[in-house]
Design a binder for this molecule. Structure first.
Ligand code: TRP
Length: 329
């Protein structure tokens, strides 16, 4: 636990051996009949920069839509959430979008504490510092951890809380993992607490597929960057030009299915894993799913986790939704 200023506390709970975890994950994913890589390995420095670029593409509407909802409707969201004293944000990063919520809480006179939860210690420190300057009297209690594993570390409650999970990241979890994650969040919610969840919505295939396969090729570059990460971190010899980016909407499953397709029959070596992997010509390896939701579908998902819908906010085009949920006991 480090205290930099009286208003700032930051706790770090990172797994001792993330390199070993990555080696284990990748070995499992590449040894399976249907190969798959976990999306968290996209985000090295270059991957994070490419993702920033994606969020600014004409084709990629989710980030803009979510920011628009927060910019236009944060006062309504905060009121519907019952004027919470604490904002907990899972995957806070630079908290760019969060300021709309914090400002609405300040204006409503309820703002006391911000709890950013993020995997990057540096960003969490910098963000905390900026925010205590911008919001006089704000307490920041940051948590540096992988929120999929350390949700229980969220500090004890003093006043009601709003737990925000933005960016549509819930859509990147498979249904089982999503169920487990929401059940754990549900377990953290006390009467009066709310979850604020960002979800991309079902829409025409053409727009969904364009959002994940832009004309300029930034998304293709982002997707292939995961191979460069494996080359560097695991001593692999993936040839990035021997794979192509594939982004298809699976309407039945209600999700984008993002893959890398091997352009030829080839073998790839991962020195650090002492593993050789064969790809057939045309073989596809999944790198991410991104589920798209409907209001009814989300209500059913909430119900399974003991949650009830308590607010529904979309952009004018209804491309994207921020929903509020609360425990129903
Ligand atoms: N989580 C983002 C999403 O589902 C990430 C993303 C955007 C992404 N474009 C991508 C992941 C392309 C893989 C490939 O929208």
């Amino acid at each position: 636990m480090t205290t930099i200023e009286p208003e700032i506390t930051i706790e770090v709970h990172l797994d001792a051996d993330s390199a070993a975890a990555m080696a284990r994950d990748v070995r499992l994913g590449l040894s399976a009949e249907f190969k798959e890589l976990a999306p968290k390995y996209f985000y090295d420095d270059r991957g994070s920069r490419l993702f920033e670029q994606i969020t600014e593409l004409d084709e990629y509407y989710p980030t803009r839509a979510e920011r628009g909802i927060l910019a236009d409707r944060s006062p309504e969201i905060v009121a519907a959430a019952g004027d919470p004293a604490t904002l907990v944000e899972l995957g806070s990063g630079s908290a760019a979008k969060t300021r709309h919520l914090l400002s609405a809480m300040r204006d409503a006179g309820c703002l006391s504490t911000y709890v950013p939860v993020d995997i990057s210690e540096e960003i969490t420190h910098d963000t905390a510092q900026c925010l205590v300057d911008e919001y006089p009297g704000l307490e920041v209690h940051g948590l540096v951890c992988d929120f999929e594993h350390h949700l229980e570390r969220i500090p004890e409650r003093s006043g009601s809380r709003l737990i925000a999970f933005l960016g549509g990241t819930i859509g990147n979890l498979y249904p089982d993992a999503r169920r487990e994650f929401l059940a754990r969040i549900s377990g953290l919610l006390e009467p009066g607490d709310r979850l604020l969840l960002g979800t991309d919505l079902v829409k025409e295939r053409r727009r969904l597929e364009a959002a994940y396969d832009d004309a300029g090729g930034v998304t293709a570059e982002f997707n292939k960057n995961v191979l460069a990460v494996l080359n560097r971190e695991l001593g692999a010899d993936f040839d990035l030009d021997a794979f192509e980016h594939v982004a298809r909407y699976d309407a039945e499953a209600g999700r984008m299915d993002i893959r890398l397709r091997s352009l030829a029959e080839q073998r790839v070596r991962l020195d650090d894993l002492d593993l050789e992997v064969a790809f057939d010509a045309g073989e596809e390896m999944r790198t991410e799913i991104s589920s798209k939701f409907t209001r009814d579908g989300l209500e059913a998902i909430y119900a399974e986790a003991g949650l009830g819908l308590a607010g529904w906010f979309t952009d004018p085009a209804a491309d994207y939704a921020l929903s509020l949920a609360q425990r129903v006991d």
